[in-house]
Design a protein around this ligand. Structure first.
Ligand code: CP
Ligand code: NVA
Length: 302
């Protein structure tokens, strides 16, 4: 059985197939010729962290595919009271056809897949955010017409987004340069993986070095969910890691800017750069819907 636990588990072919399917589903939805690929199926959506885009796009996506989605907040289920994930997995597998989970530990997502018997989709952990990165790759390909040979740069925290972008970009034939302060580097599992790709992956301390000649420039918040108490320390640590006009002047002239949202204007990105690239950023947000519908069809269709 296939899951989407992290992009490290997927082949380049898996990614490409889902991106093609996402384009097809977007076309079908826009032209009112959408088919009910998941009629009668139910997706459980476990949320142990907040969400706007992930929750709405999965729920609407499942509805558009002819199925239904159940919102399961950890506050109102036994998950929040400590019922072991091994048991939750075996119970929910008997009611549902797939589970999307947003939580802290990657190990919880892996355990759901190990003990359950239905496809599991990672809707964000502290380690990675694969659904977001599939939507990002879809958006880049839509705007630039290809992925292979393009250069992406990511400025900021070595967080779930940076981890998934490194893997997704390299598996799609892109090169990626990141810039992060000391002690905020991406996960070692990711840098180990990236070694196979030689100088297609580069890590810098200064944003200027990373952004040179980029086709795509990406950032994310400096304090992720669960790190709110460190927010002030992080604002200091990331001083100088802002995407602003001066930095963008070093990227290619037709470079696009992406941000998974929510964005903190004046911190990781200026309001000017954000608004100049709002069309791309909100297309990216829309593409969460199409890319996740593709993931669900890929994993859950009979
Ligand atoms: N980008 C993203 O995952 O947004 P939400 O936290 O609103 O789901
Ligand atoms: N890095 C952010 C992404 C939010 C979609 C977080 O984990 O909060």
């Amino acid at each position: 059985m296939k899951h989407l636990l992290k992009l490290l588990d997927w082949t380049s072919e898996d990614i490409n197939e889902v991106l093609n399917l996402a384009d097809q589903l977007k076309y079908e939805q826009k032209h009112h010729i959408a088919k009910k690929y998941l009629e009668g199926k139910t997706l459980g959506m476990i949320f142990e962290k907040a969400s706007t885009r992930t929750r709405v796009s999965f729920e609407v996506g499942m509805f558009q595919l002819g199925g239904s989605a159940l919102f399961l907040s950890s506050n109102n289920t036994q998950i929040g009271r400590g019922e072991p994930v091994q048991d939750t997995a075996r119970v929910l597998s008997r009611y549902l056809d797939g589970i999307m989970i947003r939580t802290f530990e990657q190990s919880e997502v892996e355990a759901l897949a190990q003990y359950g018997s239905i496809p599991i989709i990672n809707g964000l952990t502290d380690f990675c955010h694969p659904c977001q990165v599939l939507a990002d790759l879809m958006t880049i390909r839509e705007i630039k017409g290809r992925l292979d040979g393009l250069k992406m740069s990511f400025i900021g925290d070595g967080n779930n987004m940076m981890n998934s972008l490194i893997v997704g970009a390299l598996k799609s034939g892109m090169s990626i340069s990141v810039a992060c302060p000391e002690n905020y580097e991406p996960d070692e599992r990711v840098t180990e993986f990236a070694k196979e790709f030689g100088d297609k992956f580069q890590m810098f301390r200064t944003p200027k070095e990373a952004v040179v000649d980029s086709d795509v420039v990406i950032t994310d918040v400096w304090a992720s969910m669960g790190q709110e108490e460190e927010a002030q320390i992080r604002v200091k640590a990331f001083d100088g890691y802002q995407i602003n006009d001066e930095l963008m002047s070093l990227a290619k002239e037709d470079a696009i800017v992406l941000h998974c949202l929510p964005a903190h204007r004046g911190e990781e990105i200026t309001a000017e750069v954000f608004e100049n690239h709002a069309d791309e950023i909100f297309e990216e947000a829309e593409n969460r819907l199409h890319a996740q519908k593709a993931v669900m069809v890929y994993l859950m269709k009979d």
